[in-house]
Design a protein around this ligand. Structure first.
Ligand code: UT7
Length: 316
């Protein structure tokens, strides 16, 4: 059961116009191609650990809990290569002995984490699992590369999962995951390189059919038709991708959740940030049939179907 939701966005919000002052780009280009209006960048003293811990602490507060047994941090942008981020996050959250590990599935990391976390609970291995998607893409994006610098942002989002019976509000009903390593060079930080490169057009072409198929599969697996989906919360990479996927699923635009305008592409943090954005605006209500679908580097993709819980997100 999903019982808590917390998010954290760095304070500094950077508009398209601000980026256009030093890059050969424009608000018009960025907004019309992606839907993005602004994004948040962490300051130099704020790491992925800090964003993750703030979101995790907020998720505990949202659930009215003070601890959990396992912390999974999905991130593409750990502050260090070794050790993993999660143990430090757990300590920062005041959980001295919770288990913790990182999960690397780029923009699909949160959905992968949700699937792993829910399975850990179903198996009886853990009673409560915090799944955090946290990113500091500003650390791996070349500020002078207009093809990536305008797309990505920083942030974190977390959900708390606990044991629970039945299929009522909060139930994670099913997940499905996939990958295709032949696409590994489409979104990559090459060995020895500092910055990310993305073949955006190729990713776009692969993302639309793959996300639609994944969403359809998870809906059917839990006994829903796509028309039963009350809210489609896709990875916020591009508003045009989300609308194209929704069209393939036969969903009207009002069932598509998108906060990309305010936060840009925050990779593994994107879906929980979109969930909080929607819940804050009463676009999600208890019992709503929600499908989450992600696609990204790897290539990786995945979907989850759940009944929305009766919770309020907390902002850390
Ligand atoms: O999060 C993981 C998954 N990622 C995705 O799903 C990303 C999927 N891809 C996309 O969202 C889009 O491909 C982008 C938003 C990244 C790019 O949009 P596009 O419509 O596919 O543009 P493009 O890459 O085909 O570039 C079109 C033109 C090029 O110029 P020429 O070659 O036509 O002269 C680019 O150089 O736009 C140019 N361009 C820009 N112009 C102004 C690229 N970036 C910019 C920019 N400002 N920031």
């Amino acid at each position: 059961m999903l019982v808590g939701l917390g998010v954290c966005l760095p304070q500094r919000s950077v508009t398209n116009d601000e980026l256009a002052q030093r890059l050969d780009t424009s608000h018009e280009w960025i907004h019309s191609r992606t839907g993005i209006e602004r994004r948040h960048f962490a300051d130099a003293g704020t790491g992925t650990v800090d964003l993750a811990a703030a979101a995790g602490t907020a998720a505990l507060k949202s659930a009215g809990r003070s601890s959990c047994d396992l912390v999974i941090v999905a991130t593409t942008t750990p502050d260090r290569t070794c050790p993993a981020t999660a143990p430090e996050v757990a300590s920062a959250m005041g959980l001295p002995s919770a288990a913790g590990f990182d999960l690397s599935a780029v923009c699909s990391g949160f959905v992968y984490g949700l699937s792993v976390g829910a399975s850990m609970i179903t198996s009886g291995a853990f009673r409560s699992v915090m799944v955090i998607g946290a990113e500091r893409y500003s650390a791996i994006v070349d500020p002078d590369d207009r093809t990536t610098a305008v797309i990505f942002g920083d942030g974190a989002g977390a959900v708390l999962l606990e044991q629970g019976e039945g299929t009522g509000p909060g139930a994670v009903l099913g997940t499905e995951l996939g990958s295709d390593g032949t696409g590994r060079d489409l979104i990559t930080v090459q060995p020895g390189e500092r910055y990310l490169s993305m073949r955006g057009r190729d990713v776009y072409t692969r993302a639309v059919p793959t996300m639609a198929d994944s969403a359809r599969r998870v809906a059917h697996a839990v006994g829903w038709g796509t028309e039963d989906i009350d809210a489609f919360v896709g990875h916020q990479a591009n508003l045009r991708i989300l609308k194209s996927v929704a069209k393939r699923l036969g969903l009207p635009d009002e069932r598509v959740i998108s906060n990309i305008g305010e936060v840009g592409n925050t990779a593994a943090a994107s879906i929980p940030l979109a969930l909080a954005w929607a819940a804050d605006r009463n676009r999600l209500g208890p019992g709503d049939r929600v499908v989450l679908t992600a696609f990204g580097g790897g290539l990786t993709w995945g979907s989850a179907a759940l009944h929305w819980p009766d919770i309020r997100p907390v902002h850390g």
